[in-house]
Design a binder for this molecule. Structure first.
Ligand code: HEC
Length: 104
């Protein structure tokens, strides 16, 4: 990697919060929109379930955010739950998992 690019990546790495921390407000708003539009098409607009299982805080009370993030990234093979890895980083999947665990 050219030195300049390496310095840039390093600076970016320092500027970005640690894994699992807050995302940029813009990105958080985009993810919130995605959860309602894309996830909601199967899980219900209020996440109370449809084709997909309910994703409310109640339904996910006993699930670890890290485990949910992996489901979001890799999907559930053999079901309609698709993998979202092409669209999300691991931090973003974890953000969504925590977001869902706080939904009423
Ligand atoms: C095409 C339909 C579809 C879409 C779109 C979809 N899901 Fe799913 N999802 C499912 C189905 C079906 C299951 C249940 C799989 C099973 O039977 O275990 C599931 C399961 C899950 C689970 C596991 C729930 C549990 O109780 O273990 C999570 C978490 C989840 N989805 C999150 C999401 C998120 C977040 C999105 C959007 C980024 C999303 N899903 C979009 C169909 C979908």
């Amino acid at each position: 990697m050219p030195r300049l690019a390496a310095a840039f990546v390093l600076a970016l790495g320092l500027a970005l919060p640690a894994a699992g921390a807050e995302l940029a407000p813009d990105r958080a708003a985009a993810l919130e929109h995605m959860v309602i539009q894309d996830c909601g098409s199967c899980h219900g607009l209020t996440m109370k379930g449809g084709l997909g299982s309910p994703l409310t805080a109640d339904a996910l009370a006993h699930a670890e955010p890290e485990g949910l993030a992996l489901i979001i990234l890799d999907g559930v093979p053999g079901t309609a739950m698709p993998p979202w890895r092409p669209l999300l980083t691991e931090d973003e999947a974890l953000w969504i998992a925590n977001y869902l665990k706080e939904l009423e």
